[in-house]
Design a protein around this ligand. Structure first.
Ligand code: NAD
Length: 419
């Protein structure tokens, strides 16, 4: 199967080409960015609890490391393949460049359904994967993090395996670790908090203030959606609807956000929350609200339902929740769209802080983490706005242009080896 077959890769390439065209980027730089620097496939055999051996296909792709070590999550999911991993690595290159981190873009994954494995099997899988890709990762080379199907425990096993092999406690090899093994305060909520910061920056630009009349609908009430809801409701906004795979709950006077969070944290789905008025996920997307935050999965607002969306501000909390057609249509209608590589960059920014703290063995309090996160996101937001005005393009293209401009400058200065 080709490295480049997946729709996600084709979409990432299209975004790159459109931005390049709009800004008149150097074609020799774009030619290099179309391909990953390194794409590794490894086999991960493990002994299952029943004594049999099963082998899983696994990947690590480093798309570009001009600005610094590779950075990107590790996904455990049955659909993982080399092409999708390559596309996600490419998007990480642009995300890190956009927010000015000294990091490149990478991504990894194992083609597995983690819910079918026991804890012991998952540990074996993670440790063998860490061993197989071990020569290519490290605090100065490539720093993985959690993604779909992986969590802080996965990172602790990865960090321990790498540390055992190298003979020292290597905090800087992964981020998203538990606090007790070198994680950063504020990391868990960072992506959702960053979404809320971006909503505030956008509201300032729109000449509006978040208050008790501001209504918000959040599609996807997970690691991104819940802190965004908490932050915006603490500012006074009314969170009128939130959803998960089971459906959406709605209250036009505003939901009890802490109660919904406690319910979800206890492992239950939203549709079973007592007293909640149920609506469908599609109805949530079409609610007459001020702010819509799609924070679940990609491709939820498409050419099929874009005309039903009524929010005046859309914050892309998930990766790629709006298709190209939806972005063009809604931007033309005057909807303010905060693009994903900006809106959900809070996670990688605080991952960067975790890496820095781990290398220095000096840890910051949460207030310091949040202040630094706010400053970096504000600078990136202003940069995207200035590209939006200068090149007269939609916000999605503007974000890609802002990222590309930084990458292009660095790649030109470093030159093409061997010349
Ligand atoms: P999560 O698994 O914690 O939460 C996902 C939420 O979406 C859950 O409530 C789930 O029930 C819901 N959901 C899943 N499929 C759905 C569907 N078809 N319809 C409606 N709801 C559905 O995941 P997360 O970490 O919050 O990530 C959400 C998105 O944000 C993903 O696109 C992810 O790639 C992106 N993202 C996450 C982070 C991070 O730090 N967690 C950082 C950057 C980007």
């Amino acid at each position: 199967m080709s490295l480049y077959h997946s729709p996600l890769y084709k979409d990432a390439l299209a975004q790159l080409e459109l931005a390049s065209e709009a800004m008149g980027a150097d074609p020799n730089i774009i030619e290099r960015l179309k391909y990953p620097k390194r794409a590794i496939q490894v086999s991960v055999p493990i002994r299952l609890d029943d004594g049999t051996v099963k082998t899983f296909e696994a990947f690590r792709v480093q798309h570009n490391i001009t600005l610094g070590p590779g950075k990107g999550g590790i996904r455990f999911h049955p659909d993982v393949d080399l092409s999708e991993t390559t596309a996600l690595a490419m998007l990480m290159t642009f995300k890190c460049a956009l927010v000015g981190l000294p990091l490149g873009g990478a991504k990894g994954g194992i083609r597995v359904n983690p819910s079918e494995l026991s804890r012991q099997e998952l540990q074996a899988l993670t440790r063998r994967y860490a061993t197989e890709i071990g020569p290519f990762v490290g605090p100065d080379k490539d720093i993985p993090a959690p993604d779909i199907g992986t969590d802080a425990q996965t990172m602790a096993w990865f960090m321990d395996t790498y540390s055992q092999i190298n003979g020292y406690a290597a905090h800087g090899v992964v981020t998203g670790k538990p606090i007790s093994v070198g994680g950063s305060l504020g990391r868990a909520a960072a992506t959702g908090r960053g979404v809320a910061y971006c909503v505030n920056f956008a509201y300032d630009r729109m000449g509006k203030k978040i208050d008790t009349n501001t209504t918000v609908a959040i599609h996807g009430f997970g690691k991104v959606g819940t802190p965004a809801a908490e932050d915006l409701s603490a500012q006074g906004a009314k969170i009128v609807a939130v959803s998960d795979v089971s459906g959406a709950i709605y209250n036009e006077s505003g939901l009890d956000v802490p109660a919904a969070i406690d319910w979800v944290k206890s492992g239950k789905v939203l549709k079973d929350l007592p007293g909640a008025k149920l609506i469908s996920n599609d109805e949530l997307l079409a609610l007459d609200v001020d702010i819509l935050i799609p924070a679940a999965i990609d491709g939820v607002v498409t050419s099929k339902n874009m005309e039903t969306v009524r929010a005046s501000l859309i914050a892309e909390g998930a990766n790629g929740p709006l298709t190209k057609e939806a972005i063009t249509y809604l931007s033309d209608k005057g909807v303010f769209i905060i693009p994903d590589i900006l809106c959900n960059a809070g996670g990688v920014i605080v991952s960067y802080f975790e890496w820095v703290q781990g290398l220095a063995n000096f840890f910051w309090d949460e207030d310091e983490v949040n202040k630094k996160l706010h400053r970096i996101l504000k600078e990136a937001f202003d940069d995207v706005m200035s590209k939006h005005t200068k090149y007269k393009v939609d916000m999605k293209k503007a974000a890609m242009i802002a990222a590309l401009a930084k990458l292009e400058a660095a790649m030109k200065l470093r030159g093409l080896f061997p010349g």
